[in-house]
Design a protein around this ligand. Sequence first.
Ligand code: ATP
Ligand code: MG
Length: 581
Amino acid sequence: MKWSTGYLFTLREAPTDAEIPSHILMVRGGYMRKLAPGIFTYGPLLLRALRKFEGIVRDELNKRGAIEILMPMVQPRELWEETNRWTEMGDGLQKLKNRNGHDFCLGATHEEVVTDFVRSDVKSYRDLPVNLYQVQTKFRDEIRPRFGLMRGREFIMKDAYSFDIDNEGAQKSYKLMFEAYSAIFSRLGANFRVVQADSGNIGGNQSQEFHILADSGEDQLFVSEESDFAANSEVCPAIDSWVAKPPVDELPTEEFATPGLKTIDELAKSLKMKPNQLVKTLFFSASDDPKVIKPIAVVLRGGDEVNPIKLKNHFKLANAPALLNDEEVVKATGASPGSCGPVGLKIPVIMDNGMQKKQNYIVGANKDGFHLKNVNHGRDFTPTAFADLRMTKEGDASPDGKGKLKAYRGIEVGHIFYLGTKYSAKMDAKYLAQDQSQRPIEMGCYGIGVSRTVQAVIEQNHDKDGIIWPVSIAPFHVHLCVLDPDNAEVMELANRYYAELNERGIEVLMDDRTERPGVKFKDADLLGMPMRVNLGARGLQAGEVELIDRKTKNLEKVQPGATVEKIQAWFKEQMKKDAKN
Ligand code: ATP
Ligand code: MG
């Protein structure tokens, strides 16, 4: 592509709604433009990077026998009713009506559609196993789209679905996709981790996420310092790394006035205690239907936080339960939030495991402006259950008993699930087994956020001047800065390089604008192609052309006649290095 005839617009200023480096750089580089919140037009450079990444994805999946198809974006309600996800998916599922008043939704994920496809064709064990995938636009009406392509409403996903005759086959398919994903993210040169994960709305009971590590990542990951244990904080079991004190005598309960003290911090300050010496009670609705309130109380140490995903899984809900509002808390306890506790409640009381050995603690008295001290579970109230409900913290013990946990931030770029027969059973997707019985097909599903990954790569590979593309998905390989485009000799040589490099498969973005060199260098650094070539009249006179490595900024001067060979050799070397990663 030549700048003069291409479509390239860079900006000096970052847009105000871009908060993280990758988003800022992509907008400044003209890689994309926002149409509406979470909805973007991809410019020509971004599209090239996306297509290259899709190429890597296709390559690794095709190698392992997966077959590409393309499913519809607009999907009928009836199909989603079969699995109850028309309701379960909540408002994230974008619904619409056609002119006849029929309900449809935009594809947020395609388990229903692909299962419908397969049940209409697959009849016998001979037709299995099969793994079908697509690369397609997805739509999710995310509550808070942000960080550009990281959390978009419209985004590109690769989704694959495996169909097997039994669990053994399904496990094999899962393992194959695990390998494919590891190969895909390695080819980006990305620093990534695989962690145990929650299955969310997709379901099933075994899933792993692939995360590109970055400070701006939305997810917190816990990794053992001594073993290969790694989990998303959403599901990471919380285990104290210290041993609880031996038991003491239970003291008589006393009520005391705490006027105006509502939060744990206020109470701790007034009582001159640490938050963890106090106990807090929070109230949620353990129901998937927002119209039906099922109040429950969760009791945990004052310094701990509730993990909503653990709560969701404890109650086998489709979505994380909502906190009760003040009015609903008063209805459930008789007191305002801040004065509530577990004693005398008529609703289920679930206690975090961290409370098990706690004694003689302080809780709200369920009477405005009062608390109780020396409260003990078992004696003063009976908990419905103990469970692991709190957020894990850095320094907690690793759940496999080996070492302590260290926290990282990650961007979830891939997610693989073993589904079992969750969809096939509900949707009646069966096959005829060898013993002539009809059996539900065993499934797995596997997603990669294609557009999110490309931005995550930038988040991991940039400096203060701009993007630093890995060769594997760089929109172009070489950024050729023609410093004196009005000089006929220079322009002729530039055109020759352009043609010869392209012929050898080295893609060139040629800046042939009439602009000052400084402007061109800034843009080249911003756009981030792996190598910049400076070609100008003064250099030619001295018999040299400059090659600059975008990553190291290392500058090499070469003879004009040797430039093409040198560049080719450099890229060969780079690709060899990448292949080793
Ligand atoms: P998240 O937890 O980030 O909301 P998810 O678990 O809902 O994602 P999946 O249903 O597992 O996502 O989708 C597969 C992949 O699609 C994810 O691993 C992620 O890379 C990508 N993805 C999901 N939601 C978005 C989004 N709003 N914008 C961009 N990519 C997304
Ligand atoms: Mg996910």
